[in-house]
Design a protein around this ligand. Structure first.
Ligand code: ADP
Ligand code: MG
Length: 241
């Protein structure tokens, strides 16, 4: 553990070098990421914007170790993902990464508190339920502990998902259009919450969003188009469809 902490201090939170993803399909191989170079210092908030289909979600998935790069090198919290097997990737993810998806991805048959406790239980945390209770209270949902996802509003479900993602105090938060299924006001509340928790834990945040105002709240905006990082024209805003 000491060694992991030392590596975390030395290394950037995320380092991508020439990352490519090519997947087989019926029509032949499809190249989704075409050589991505990206370095994100620990503690930074980076927004990823770009048209639909440009590869943003795939980028997040390879950083999370949920998909394999087919070329290049990905270093996350000091670990070379290509050198890890699936078990080691799952452990690295559980200990270091919190992920928030557009469609919440809660387990429908589990209550709010059971959902939040899941990653803590995966880490064999003996105090999983107490920590889950605290995390739910932090997102303002102490009164919803025993509700199932289907009994909660979209905004409440996303707050449960944020509590689940952050209950393990990850050093890296990955969010894929977390406000995409929420109305404007609810989306703003959810993002205020996410930024507040990010600041308090000093975590690194990678945020995919179509919302330019949201992107502007980050330290830096990365534009993705057709599987590459592009520099938008100085005069015109890049389309973020
Ligand atoms: P974004 O999040 O920017 O909308 P994605 O990363 O989801 O983009 O997808 C990028 C491109 O890769 C899209 O054209 C999509 O259709 C394609 N794609 C995504 N996943 C797969 C897959 N498993 N097999 C083949 N093509 C895929
Ligand atoms: Mg996407």
């Amino acid at each position: 553990m000491d060694q992991t902490l030392k590596q975390r201090r030395r290394a950037p939170a995320i380092l991508l070098e020439g990352v490519q993803v090519t997947l087989p399909s019926r029509a032949g191989p499809v190249t989704i990421l075409r050589g991505i170079d990206l370095e994100i210092p620990a503690g930074d908030a980076v927004a990823v914007v770009g048209p639909s289909g440009s590869g943003k979600s795939t980028l997040l998935m390879v950083i999370a170790g949920l998909e394999r790069a087919t070329g290049g090198r990905i270093t996350v919290v000091g670990a070379d993902l290509g050198a890890l097997d699936e078990d080691a990737l799952a452990k690295l993810r559980a200990a270091n990464i919190g992920i928030v998806f557009q469609s919440f991805h809660l387990v429908p048959t589990m209550t709010a508190i059971e959902n939040v406790a899941l990653p803590l239980e995966f880490l064999d945390d003996a105090d999983a339920f107490n920590k889950a209770r605290e995390a739910l209270a932090e997102v303002g949902l102490a009164h919803r502990e025993t509700h199932f996802p289907g009994q909660l509003s979209g905004g409440e479900q996303q707050r449960v998902a944020i509590a689940r993602a952050l209950s393990t105090s990850p050093s890296l938060i990955l969010a894929d259009e977390p406000t995409g299924n929420l109305d404007l006001a609810t989306g703003e509340q959810v993002m205020d919450l996410l930024f507040t928790l990010k600041e308090r834990t000093a975590a690194t945040l990678l945020l995919i969003t179509h919302d330019r105002n949201l992107a502007k709240r980050c330290d830096r905006i990365v534009n993705v188009a057709d599987g590459r990082i592009v520099t938008p024209s100085a005069k015109r805003r890049a389309p973020v469809s």
